[in-house]
Ligand binder design. Structure first.
Ligand SMILES: [Fe+2]
Ligand SMILES: [Fe+2]
Length: 270
């Protein structure tokens, strides 16, 4: 029985994606050769465009926004190998999309539609708007949004009778439903993130419980049965003179040296 092998990423927030963590996923993909690639949303992050000032973006010149879009396009190209590729728009993708629609002249042409601008169909990506999710492959649902309280995996478990892998909250969490019948139970999983949290404008330096990571999924699309393996990516601790990001998957450790900028930011923080 053929099993679909998938890599699931989320919350890259390009151009603020964590290049070292992303490189680790790239190397895992090169070894695993997945059939399926799924981005659970917040692929991009246009600075100043978030909930706090939705519709009133920070004034920026055109060139950096074009660069931000190119960063998203480059990301999609980096994930071109799997046969099936899916991108679920996240809230940050949606803010950007809405803002482009309301400011079409701003980019100097009529390419207001974000997915058209990114040529997602030419690039072979299925795209699902944030409000149309979740999508389902086998018995596993995928979506971007979720509650953001401390025990969000429990909330996601309670709101549906199906198993779900989701993004948005940026930490790694799971929860199983409580039922008398063991055949009716389901699981919810939060996927982790792949961004540089120290560059996120809306955090204003607040501490978080975010964790770098991605998931490997195995799905029997005939029976619906699946397994989700969350893979945590551990950042270096400059205080302990470590300079490598690492993740262990399938008996192998993947390591990537941190950039100078990353190390000097955290060293300066002490
Ligand atoms: Fe996010
Ligand atoms: Fe989000």
């Amino acid at each position: 029985m053929a099993i679909t092998v998938g890599i699931v990423e989320s919350d890259t927030h390009c151009p603020y994606h964590c290049v070292e963590a992303v490189e680790i996923v790239t190397r895992v993909m090169a070894d695993l050769k997945p059939d399926l690639y799924l981005h659970l949303g917040d692929l991009g992050h246009i600075a100043g465009l978030h909930k706090a000032n939705r519709g009133r973006p920070t004034k920026r010149s055109q060139a950096p926004v074009i660069k931000d879009i190119e960063s998203m396009a480059g990301y999609l190209d980096m994930r071109s190998a799997p046969k099936r590729k899916v991108w679920l728009l996240g809230n940050h993708d949606s803010y950007f999309s809405k803002w482009l629609w309301s400011n079409p002249e701003w980019m100097g042409d009529d390419m207001a539609d974000l997915t058209k601008r990114l040529q997602t169909s030419r690039r072979g990506f299925e795209v699902y708007p944030v409000n149309m999710q979740p999508i389902k492959i086998g018995s596993l649902r995928f979506k971007h949004m979720s509650p953001t309280n401390m025990y969000h995996a429990r909330k996601v478990c309670d709101e549906s009778n199906e198993s779900t892998l989701y993004g948005h909250v940026h930490d790694i969490q799971s929860f199983t439903s409580k039922k008398h019948d063991p055949h009716q139970r389901h699981i919810s999983y939060c996927n982790g993130h792949l961004s540089y949290e120290h560059l996120m404008d809306y955090l204003d330096g607040r501490p978080t419980n975010w964790y770098l990571g991605f998931s490997v999924v195995y799905i029997n699309e005939k029976t619906g049965r699946f397994n989700v393996l969350p893979v945590a990516i551990v950042p270096p601790n400059p205080g302990k003179r470590q300079s490598y990001f690492s993740a262990i998957f399938n008996g192998k450790e993947y390591t990537v040296k941190a950039t100078k900028q990353y190390m000097s930011f955290w060293r300066a923080r002490g």
